[in-house]
Design a protein around this ligand. Structure first.
Ligand code: SAM
Length: 241
């Protein structure tokens, strides 16, 4: 089967819109939510402060947050933020004065997240396509990419757009499935397997090559075995100065 890039993008955004609207109690084929966050090492103290409504819409592939070390005044982009849980955790754990922009293509989840926010500093929310970011060149010091990269069939287009908005010396910290063996054909032919970050998974070498073509160097890669085809991996790339 052949998928057109724009048709796939529409399928994936509608897929997440449906998940976010169905919300509580929905059975996913992958682990999600608060229990997964605890398994991934998000700190219990902070997790207790996240509003309950956000948990059913937390769909991460890993925990890249320990690799983010923002200081006051830094601007952070949470790309494909979903309910924005990573941003809330950062605001609760990191120094005051950091500013976070949450961006997602699904308006409904951003609207739900703004309504569920606890009192305190409010992050910014932007509804836009990650392949066409509404920001000027070099404005972000940090980018979070949690469970997002594998949704894109043309990774070079996404990564070069990220490279445009990250300043030299800036960091992309993300998590996604990484492919450790060739995938059977049914992965390629099943759009839901794209939407669950499986069919678009890269090997570690392919991931490194994709970022290095856009001017990044690998800072960290931490895989954890998931099954016969995939690792769950946290990756960190720094933009060369
Ligand atoms: C697996 S979820 C991860 C959400 C979030 N990072 C988290 O950890 O809960 C993938 C997210 O990417 C968003 N997304 C998919 N395609 C996108 C695009 N072209 N531009 C921006 N966001 C997109 C989806 O709407 C969804 O919220």
């Amino acid at each position: 089967m052949i998928y057109c890039v724009e048709t796939m993008k529409k399928y994936i955004s509608e897929f997440y819109e449906k998940i976010y609207r169905a919300n509580a109690g929905m059975k996913h084929p992958v682990a999600t939510g608060e229990r997964l966050a605890a398994d991934l090492g998000y700190s219990r103290r902070v997790l207790d402060l996240i509003p309950a409504q956000l948990w059913d819409n937390f769909l991460p592939c890993g925990n890249p947050l320990p690799y983010l070390k923002p200081v006051s005044g830094d601007l952070i982009l949470n790309l494909g933020c979903g309910a924005g849980v990573d941003s809330l955790v950062l605001m609760l754990e990191k120094p005051a004065g950091i500013e976070i922009v949450n961006l997602d293509i699904v308006f409904h989840v951003l609207s739900m997240a703004t309504r569920a926010l606890p009192l305190g500093p409010v992050p910014n929310f932007v509804c836009a396509d990650a392949e066409s970011l509404p920001f000027v060149r070099g404005c972000f010091k940090w980018v979070i990419l949690n469970g997002v990269l594998n949704l894109f069939s043309d990774k070079s287009r996404l990564i070069s757009e990220i490279s445009r908005v990250v300043n030299p010396g800036g960091i992309v910290a993300g998590a996604d499935l990484c492919r450790t063996a060739p995938l059977p054909d049914y992965f390629r032919d099943e759009p839901d397997a794209w939407a669950w970050c499986m069919s678009g998974a890269l090997t570690e070498d392919e991931l490194t090559a994709s970022f290095s073509l856009a001017g990044f160097e690998k800072k960290a890669f931490k895989p954890e075995k998931l099954d016969e085809y995939f690792d769950r991996a946290v990756f960190v790339f720094g933009k060369k100065r």
